[in-house]
Design a protein around this ligand. Structure first.
Ligand code: GLN
Length: 420
């Protein structure tokens, strides 16, 4: 049987194909002469499956889609607070190339050019040379993609010839000491960064690496620490689509980034990396058909992050006493986070427990986050302080370190029938 997912992608591409609204970027010949009808899309799952449709092998320059990845590398190399000292994280509501800084002289965020040029300068260890920085940047973006990326020298040359505005921004940054080095050199590096060539296949894997907490799902390589990813995805969701960020967040609701060559990526945390490519742009500089595609993906597949999943029906079953049992068992199930754990706490606290032995059975729990684990252990501690003998039935070790804390007593068993 053939998977329905490529068919779905083909169908969605067909539904936007006739839309020829918007204009190609025309500030350099390589973009002005791009085939405006090219159209492609790709999904990359977090276990490394890739689905492509349309012009999936067409290469185009990554442009501003490089920004979140360079930001991730800078955060990794210099630490979050050192980067925040130089680049703020406030949505600007301005065009990507606005010449603007905040009251402290910092660029407003790393997704507009002022912030991205600064971010570029923060990639690599402090004091590294411009060449070392570019090597680190290219190797880092290549690790996100899972293959060696390279610069299109013609795109680079044309971009650099036309880099007046970015040079103006860089000189302004230098005058505020946000850039500590030759602005021309930084703009050259940033321009090379923008001229790396990618396909929607590459971009989907790069986005999936963001969605997968920094581990490339195809190569298995950890590219950046998980702690960096939350920062990057947050900034993408508030600033990734420039002055259309509000529309995008309400209509699509997926952390995203667009580029002037016509690419867009979306990273759906814990689920999927998405990429689209279509060169005609709207007035914000975002691909017209790409935006439509993402709107379709989001509504067809329930991908809006603010689409709240139905609350788990019940995370708890209390085996009410039968008179013959000597142990009271609370059966927990499903995926338990704060809200689910609060229900367990409430039920256990409110239950009239006559048995001397109490068990929390986690056999049917498939995930439990840190706060939920701590809440259950606190319940166990309080039960044991009331004189109960407390058991945790945890065959899959969903609580890895079941320490009930001061004065708590807890016996971990792997099977419920060991208690009878
Ligand atoms: N190279 C372009 C620039 O810096 C990238 C802009 C973009 O993709 N929005 O101006």
């Amino acid at each position: 049987m053939k998977s329905p997912i490529p068919d779905y992608l083909d169908e969605i591409l067909d539904s936007v194909r006739s839309d020829d609204a918007g204009e190609r970027a025309d500030y350099i010949p390589e973009l002005a002469s791009a085939d405006p009808d090219r159209l492609g899309a790709a999904f990359a799952t977090l276990d490394g499956e890739i689905y492509c449709a349309g012009d999936a092998d067409s290469a185009f320059s990554i442009q501003s889609i490089s920004k979140p990845f360079a930001y991730a590398l800078a955060l990794t190399d210099r630490g979050i607070s050192a980067v925040l000292d130089k680049v703020d994280v406030e949505p600007s509501g301005e065009a990507f190339n606005e010449i603007s800084l905040d009251d402290e002289g910092r660029p407003l965020n790393p997704m507009i050019n002022a912030g991205a040029i600064t971010t570029h300068s923060l990639v690599g260890p402090e004091g590294c040379s411009a060449e070392e920085r570019l090597e680190r940047l290219t190797a880092g973006l290549s690790a996100f993609a899972g293959r060696q990326l390279s610069v299109d020298e013609r795109v680079y040359g044309s971009e650099l010839n036309d880099a007046h505005r970015n040079l103006a921004i860089a000189h302004m940054l230098r005058s505020y000491d946000i850039l500590a080095e030759d602005p021309g050199v930084v703009v050259e590096g940033y321009t090379r960064q923008c001229s790396l060539m990618v396909t929607v296949h590459d971009l989907a894997v790069m986005a999936a690496t963001l969605a997968n907490q920094g581990v490339n799902p195809v190569t298995g390589e950890r590219v950046v620490p998980a702690s960096v990813i939350r920062q990057v995805l947050s900034v993408m969701s508030t600033c990734g689509m420039y002055d259309a960020a509000g529309d995008w967040t309400t209509q699509v609701g997926i952390p995203a980034k667009s580029g002037v060559a016509g690419g867009i990526i979306g990273a759906l945390p814990g689920q999927l990396g998405i990429a689209t490519f279509s060169p005609r742009l709207d007035k914000h500089g975002n691909s017209v058909r790409g935006v439509s595609l993402f709107e379709r993906f989001s509504s067809d597949m329930g991908m809006h992050l603010m689409e709240v999943p139905a609350a788990a029906r019940s995370v708890l079953r209390d085996h009410a006493p039968s008179g013959t049992e000597t142990v009271r068992i609370f059966d927990l199930q499903g995926s338990i986070r704060f809200a689910g754990a609060e229900r367990v706490v409430r039920e256990v606290v409110g239950a009239e427990i006559t048995e001397n032995r109490v068990a929390l059975d986690l056999t049917a729990v498939h995930s439990l986050d840190d706060v939920a684990g701590r809440m259950l252990l606190e319940v166990a501690r309080r039960l044991s302080m009331e004189g109960k003998e407390v058991f945790l039935i945890d065959p899959d070790t969903v609580i890895p370190d079941p320490d009930p804390g001061t004065d708590g007593q807890l016996t971990v068993v792997s099977r419920g029938d060991e208690l009878h």
